[in-house]
Design a protein around this ligand. Structure first.
Ligand SMILES: [Zn+2]
Length: 550
């Protein structure tokens, strides 16, 4: 089967998403990751629209990509000027990428009512701009903006815009569902019509019989992935999308779904098997860099994508995983997980112990006993299915395999508030590591942040690798609200580094004490992982070489 070309626009359309921004440096790092992963085209930004994107293309000139083609994005020329005079087109050429993408208008409504332009001039703008770029020896991707809406409104005109793009020499014609309102069966029938029309153009325009089609879908109906897959099934050979589906409004087609669907479900090659196993890490890397909490339920790469909770499911997947799984999680670098809760039976515990590398036998504990102790703790307010970090520590404690990497001697937290001033919090923490004591004090935005800062400072003396770890979520829940302020609270903390996300939990009648337990477990978990990685001499994360031209 023909290869499908992957065109990533995380760095351009992805940054149109609410709260998604990258510095020029971060964009280079992501581009290198995408290149290492095997993405064919990387759209880096719109050099004519902002200085940050210009800076990115300047930095990119010094980077050698292994296989990806870097793309600069822009629009067709302005009305009634020559392409040579258009600053936007000049910026595209100046960015010195091997490929450029320009978008043009396909929808007559946009041309006439929004741009106040004539239909003829719009056609000239598309044709001229493409032939100008082709004359500069560039590969040109033509994005037909609003193509599907345009086609529904005035099919003839929408097809004419493609006609001039092909005559201008476009190497790819990408049909865009810019408003994200098109349905999969419409995508199919419109692409079929377009293919027929393009073949007719081909028969009258020598050399242009088989201009390849691409798809650019937005997710406003939750159908961007479905629409992209349908387009490929109907003959498109290029899919534009973003990592994690970041993008304007509801986002773009999520390549972390498109890629495994194409390669594992449709047998359409687009990425090597080996690289496919890095999909989860790539998704995490991009969410970390974008400072976004990764979505647990994200298909294929989310933490919950292969998580099983009910005892019946768990005993079934222990026999035959495909009984409750649509694919083998390791193919995309993910893992099967079993959640432990009061719904668990012995099989959950046994599976979990194996997954965490904990020996159950020979410590006077059997899984039945652990199940009943966990159920008792859950009665008191713990909830381990959402706090795997604490669960691992608990299992180690149950089976005498716990090795504390630091001990708390004492802590003190003070909060001060002047009548008009803001609240300020300070914490002092005294810990010991291998008998050596350390006392530190720190301030924070609140008492938990002050505790976090003080503990970090104290641990830094003994373990300098904690920089990459950070708290990503902090939740407090009152457990038995009937007792008012004497009620127990459950504190749940989510932490992450570049490779992993883990959750820990603390329960107490005192919110600060509950926070401390969750915080201490989180650091213990991270330190134990670091130790394990060092003992295996296993790199924490694949380091990508950066090829810099002399
Ligand atoms: Zn878009």
């Amino acid at each position: 089967m023909d290869e499908v070309l992957l065109y990533d626009t995380t760095l351009r359309d992805g940054t149109q998403g609410e709260n998604i921004t990258f510095s020029a440096d971060e964009k280079i790092k992501i581009a290198l990751r995408l290149d290492g992963f095997g993405i064919h085209y990387i759209e880096g930004g719109w050099p004519g629209s902002n200085p940050k994107d210009m800076q990115f293309f300047d930095l990119a000139k010094r980077v050698d990509f292994r296989q990806a083609r870097l793309v600069a994005f822009g629009s067709t020329r302005k009305p009634r000027i020559m392409p040579e005079e258009d600053t936007n087109l000049k910026a595209l050429v100046a960015s010195k990428t091997p490929t450029v993408a320009i978008f043009g208008k396909s929808w007559d409504l946009h041309v006439q009512k929004i741009m106040n332009n004539s239909l003829e001039e719009n056609l000239a703008m598309i044709g001229d701009s493409i032939s100008f770029l082709k004359n500069k020896d560039l590969e040109v991707v033509y994005d037909a903006e609003h193509f599907f809406d345009g086609y529904k409104n005035n099919a003839d005109y929408a097809l004419q815009t493609l006609h001039v793009a092909i005559e201008g020499g476009a190497d790819f014609v990408v049909l865009c569902d810019t408003n994200g309102g098109t349905l999969p069966f419409e995508i199919e029938s419109i692409i079929k019509d377009v293919k027929k029309a393009i073949n007719e153009i081909g028969s009258t325009t020598p050399g242009h019989s088989s201009v390849p089609l691409g798809i650019h879908a937005h997710n406003d109906c939750g159908l961007a992935v479905a629409n992209s897959i349908t387009a490929v099934q109907t003959g498109a050979v290029m899919v534009q999308g973003t990592i994690n589906g970041y993008g304007e409004r509801c986002g773009n087609a999520d390549l972390t779904s498109v890629i495994p669907v194409l390669s594992l479900k449709m047998n359409r090659p687009c990425i090597s098997e080996l690289n496919l196993e890095k999909l989860k890490t790539l998704s995490r890397y991009v969410s970390e860099t974008a400072n976004q909490v990764p979505l647990n339920t994200r298909p294929f790469v989310g933490k919950s994508a292969f998580a099983h909770k009910g005892g019946i499911h768990v005993s079934a997947i222990m026999k035959i995983p495909m009984a409750y799984e649509h694919m083998e999680p390791s193919l995309v670098g993910n893992q099967r997980r079993v959640l432990v809760s009061d719904l668990s039976g012995k099989s959950n515990i046994e599976f979990k112990a194996k997954e965490l590398g904990i020996e159950l036998n020979g410590n006077g504990y059997d899984s039945q006993k652990i199940v009943s102790e966990i159920k008792q703790l859950e009665q008191q307010g713990y909830q381990f299915d959402v706090a795997e970090g604490s669960f691992r520590i608990l299992m180690e404690k149950f089976t005498d395999q716990f090795e504390p990497l630091f001990r708390l001697e004492s802590f003190r937290v003070t909060i001060e508030k002047d009548k008009d001033g803001p609240c300020s919090s300070q914490a002092t923490v005294k810990i010991s590591v291998d008998g050596k004591q350390e006392i530190t004090a720190a301030e924070g935005y609140g008492p938990v942040s002050a505790l976090d800062n003080a503990l970090r400072k104290a641990l830094d003396k003994f373990y300098p690798d904690l920089d990459t770890m950070r708290l990503v979520d902090f939740k407090v829940r009152v457990i038995d609200g009937g007792r008012g302020t004497a009620a127990k609270v459950r504190v749940f903390i989510e932490s992450s580094d570049q490779d992993e996300i883990w959750s820990t939990i603390g329960v107490s009648e005192d919110i600060i004490e509950a926070s401390w337990h969750a915080l201490a477990d989180s650091f213990q978990f991270k330190l134990a992982n670091e130790k394990l990685i060092r003992s295996r001499k296993y790199p924490a994360q694949e380091e990508l070489p950066i090829f810099v031209k002399p």
